[in-house]
Each structure stands twice: as C-alpha cells, then as structure tokens.
Write a protein that binds this ligand. Structure first.
Ligand SMILES: [Fe+2]
Length: 197
C-alpha cells in the first residue's frame, strides 16, 4: 500500500515538473522559501512522534547530516547564486501549503506516520525535481551545484532507507494508516504543485 502511494506521488511530481510553466528564478525562489529551514523542522517534529526504531534511526541520521553539512546554508547559497533568494512574494505563494504540512504535526496520534510519509515522498520524488532544479539554476547562471549534487543521485541511499523505515512505521498500530499516509503524501505533492504552478 505504501509503495503504491509513493509510486503515485512520484508520477504526480513527474507530471508537475514536465508541465511546469513557471520561470526558473521564481521556481527556485519558491522552492527555497518552502524548504530552507522547514525541511529540517519537519524532520525534528517527526522524530518526536515516530514509533518504529528504524524511523528514529533514519531521521536522526539524516538530521545530523543536514546539520553537519549545513544543507540550509547550502540551499540559500544555491538560491543566491541563481539570483533567486526568496522574497516576500515567494513566502506568500507557498504559505498555505507549508502551513498544511505543519498542521500534519498537530495530532500526536498521527504525527509520526504523517511525518515519515511526507519526508519519504519528498526524498523519493527529489530524484525527479532535483535534476530539474539543477538545470534551472544553470540557466540562471549558477556555477556551484553542491546542493543539487548532495541531493541528487548521492541521495538514493537516503530514499531507500526512508522507504524501508516508513513501511515499518505503518505497522505500528496507527488507526486508519492508509488515510494518514494518503493525506501526508497529498500534502507533499500539493506543495510541489504550488512551487511549479
Ligand atoms: Fe538536505
């Protein structure tokens, strides 16, 4: 079931990226507005509520990596070098979708599985949107691709670890796990749709 949800989300994001009309600078600025700091915030919030030890392990391992390598700084530098540091309008554009994601963490009964699905979908679909992000940045004159290199093919191990962990998390007694998973996957896809719309 979870594999089906992830596959559907990946297909949705592929179509969103293929059918995008937004200009590259706007797309990068919206992406940075949505992800810089928030991504690690979502990881931290998920750790508090997960029930399976595999989830806790993969989250802590990733968060340490985000922290030691300063992925937030990396993303902001990437945006700056693309001439796309987010401005007020970009935060405003993604605000509702980012709030929806934050609200996934308001209910302690569902927050662990919600967070794991959200992060897994973002990790897995990054195989689709990170190469697009790199190509757009190149067109904007960016010459440093550390951010997209770190999150591109090198990130496949992370995607696999998240996918394994979320399968374990789904078995941990959540009531209506399928509905929780669909809602969280939907929140991730809806954010990507807003960034690319
Ligand atoms: Fe990262």
């Amino acid at each position: 079931m979870i594999q089906g949800i992830i596959d559907q989300a990946t297909e949705d994001v592929r179509q969103i990226v293929e059918r995008a009309h937004v200009d590259s600078m706007t797309m990068i600025a919206r992406y940075a507005a949505a992800f810089a700091v928030n991504f690690t915030d979502w990881m931290g919030r998920t750790i508090l509520w997960v029930r399976h030890e595999k989830s806790r392990y993969v989250l802590a391992d990733n968060l340490r990596c985000e922290s030691v390598e300063d992925h937030v700084g990396m993303l902001l530098q990437f945006a700056e070098l693309s001439g796309a540091l987010p401005a007020r309008v970009h935060f405003a554009t993604v605000r509702r979708e980012v709030s929806e994601i934050r609200h996934l963490f308001r209910d302690p009964l569902t927050a662990g599985l919600s967070g794991m699905v959200l992060l897994t979908v973002l990790e897995v679909t990054s195989e689709v949107f990170i190469p697009d992000l790199a190509e757009r940045a190149r067109r904007c004159g960016c010459t440093n691709f550390t951010y997209t290199d770190v999150h591109g093919s090198a990130d496949i191990a992370h995607s696999l670890a998240f996918t394994e962990a979320v399968k374990g998390e789904a078995t941990m007694g959540y009531i209506d796990a399928e509905a929780i998973m669909r809602k969280a996957a939907d929140a991730a896809v809806t954010l990507m749709r807003r960034i690319y719309a």
